[in-house]
Ligand binder design. Structure first.
Ligand SMILES: [Fe+2]
Length: 204
């Protein structure tokens, strides 16, 4: 089932460069996956005590896209960050609150909030296109939050921005991947590349 999803997303990504078209079509595929009886290995739904974790489920060989299982423990929240590519997020279990910001056109100007929304199990949202990709995400509720995240790059390897929303200060970072507690071969994936510049504060 995951293999079919990966093949279908690969076909979408190969068919067009239009991020709005890609995210629309990937969103439909992700909704169908979440509505199916697909289940992650339990090991890939486990939170970590000190930071939310980003397990690679698939990284395209050419780096054109990636699929992650992202797990927040209760109370964990990301810094405000960008992605520099498109992204689609579906909630596998639990719930998240997304705090959006207008992508700034210059550095050093406080960020403008653009609303917040709670997403629950089974819901899918387009988290980003390259021109609208700034947010912070928190797990909400009294259980860990698990999301399936599809991005238009190897999201653990590319350089991205982290923002101080109060000042608009930007810090570039590479998020890296967390090591799955099960062999990645079980999911039919290649080994993720190590982060070039691991960040002490994980951001997805
Ligand atoms: Fe994010």
């Amino acid at each position: 089932m995951l293999r079919t999803f990966i093949d279908d997303v690969s076909s979408v990504v190969a068919a067009t460069d239009d991020e709005h078209e890609i995210t629309k079509r990937v969103g439909l595929l992700l909704s169908a996956l979440l509505a199916s009886d697909f289940r992650l290995p339990p090991e890939l739904t486990r939170p970590a005590a000190d930071h939310h974790v980003n397990y690679p489920l698939h990284i395209a060989a050419d780096g054109a896209w990636s699929l992650a299982a992202v797990v927040w423990n209760v109370g964990q929240r990301t810094p405000v960050h960008g992605h520099e590519t498109w992204g689609v997020v579906g909630i596998y279990s639990g719930a998240e609150r997304e705090f959006r910001y207008v992508k700034p056109t210059e550095e050093g100007v406080p960020l403008t909030p653009a609303g917040e929304q709670v997403f629950e199990q089974g819901q899918v949202t387009v988290c980003c296109t390259t021109d609208d990709d700034v947010h912070s995400v928190a797990g909400v509720g009294d259980a860990p939050t698990v999301g399936l995240h599809v991005y238009g790059a190897d999201i653990g390897a590319i350089e991205r921005r982290r923002y101080d929303p109060g000042t608009g200060a930007v810090e570039w970072f590479t998020g890296g991947w967390d090591t799955p507690p099960v062999p990645s071969s079980r999911l039919g994936n290649r080994t993720p590349r190590p982060a070039r510049c691991p960040s002490p504060s994980r951001t997805r």
